[in-house]
Design a protein around this ligand. Structure first.
Ligand SMILES: Nc1ncnc2c1ncn2[C@@H]1O[C@H](COP(=O)(O)OP(=O)(O)OP(=O)(O)O)[C@@H](O)[C@H]1O
Length: 335
């Protein structure tokens, strides 16, 4: 069953043209000139119920504009969409009962109220049956371990505590489709991991469709089965995450702090391992997991340098997208 489809979905904004110079600015105050800006261009999507989709793109690619159209906040300039059985911009109120939204940078919870009060309000807004709501609420509180924060005003919660409450709140009315915009932004590794686990669990148990935008490659890798990349408002790539992983997510960044400063010439040549940067006692390696495992790569350095500390990270998503873009431009890989 389809959770979401779009056909030729496009959005053009009318923006004021900024004339050059002071006199131009002055003239435009009284006689503004307008130009059209294509934010989203003919996007065709088909997402099945229960799918977990990463919707990616560099800044300004058109992700938020697309999500705003899919959640009924914006009218498209042209094209069609069907989300959970509704045309979003025509039936926004009814659609709200079927979808959940989480914006990492914008709280949906009432700032001065404790989360439990917001949960109550949500249960009224969505007209949840009292017994169903209470069972659901207890389950989410337990699963998301919200007990200690339930009665604290949201403004006093840490970002991680608040985000767990935000996501629990978005699941209260059992949405069939969840739109997540940067759900783990600013969170530490442990909290990120917990939030990803919880979303994954709900997806498995309730077949909730997940449509996610994120600048964190870990979110994509751990939460999503499919990756869609847009650029300049148009579709660039639509592939299973496994394939993207094999092609471009196969790199890890290892950041080492050495006990003493070293220079490039003292490092061994290790297959599949590139010395990305060396700065005083800091050494950054880029490892291609298609060629070598993390342990092996580190093994090559162990006898040569003494390590004080290390972290293993995903490369920034912007870098991955740039890589995908480069691959497309050079005709590597296929859709
Ligand atoms: N209300 C608006 N009026 C005019 N232009 C807009 C408006 N909203 C978005 N745009 C423009 O449309 C383009 C796409 O913006 P959008 O916010 O959808 O990008 P995005 O992919 O979500 O970017 P980011 O990752 O930075 O949030 C941008 O060039 C933006 O400046």
């Amino acid at each position: 069953m389809r959770a979401l489809t779009t056909s030729g979905l496009s959005k053009t904004f009318k923006v004021k043209r900024k004339p050059e110079g002071l006199s131009g600015s002055f003239r435009s105050l009284f006689k503004p000139e307008w130009e059209e800006k294509a934010a989203v261009q003919a996007i065709d999507l088909a997402v099945d119920q229960g799918e977990t989709v990463a919707f990616l793109g560099p800044n300004g690619a058109g992700k938020s504009t697309t999500i705003k159209m899919l959640t009924g906040i914006l009218h498209p300039t042209s094209g069609e969409a069907n989300v959970a059985g509704f045309v979003p911009w025509k039936d926004r109120a009814r659609l709200a009962f079927r979808i959940g939204t989480v914006f990492g940078q914008k709280s949906q919870l009432w700032y001065h109220l404790p989360p439990i009060d917001t949960f109550e309000l949500i249960s009224r807004v969505y007209e949840l049956k009292r017994t169903d709501y209470l069972t659901r609420q207890r389950d989410l509180i337990e699963r998301f371990e919200l007990g200690p924060y339930l009665h604290t005003p949201v403004r006093k919660l840490s970002l991680g505590e608040r985000m767990r409450c935000e996501i629990a709140a978005s699941f209260l009315h059992r949405p069939r489709l969840l739109f997540l915009d940067e759900p783990t932004i600013g969170l530490d590794v442990v909290v990120k991991q917990r939030i990803r686990e919880l979303i994954r669990e709900r997806n498995r148990q309730e077949e909730t469709t997940v449509f996610l935008t994120s600048h964190d490659a870990g979110d994509v890798e751990e939460l999503c089965s499919r990756v869609i990349v847009i650029h300049h408002g148009g579709m660039l790539l639509d592939e299973p995450v496994e394939r993207v992983k094999r092609d471009v997510l196969s790199r890890k960044t290892i950041k080492l702090t050495l006990t003493e400063a070293a220079d490039r010439t003292s490092f061994p040549v290790v297959t599949g391992t590139e010395v990305h940067a060396v700065e005083d006692r800091r050494l950054i390696l880029s490892v291609d997991l298609k060629q070598i495992g993390i342990e092996e790569a580190l093994g090559g350095f162990l006898g040569r340098v003494r390590i004080e500390d290390l972290t293993v990270e995903d490369p920034p998503l912007e870098e991955i997208i740039k890589h995908i873009y480069g691959m497309r431009a050079s005709g590597e890989g296929s859709a």
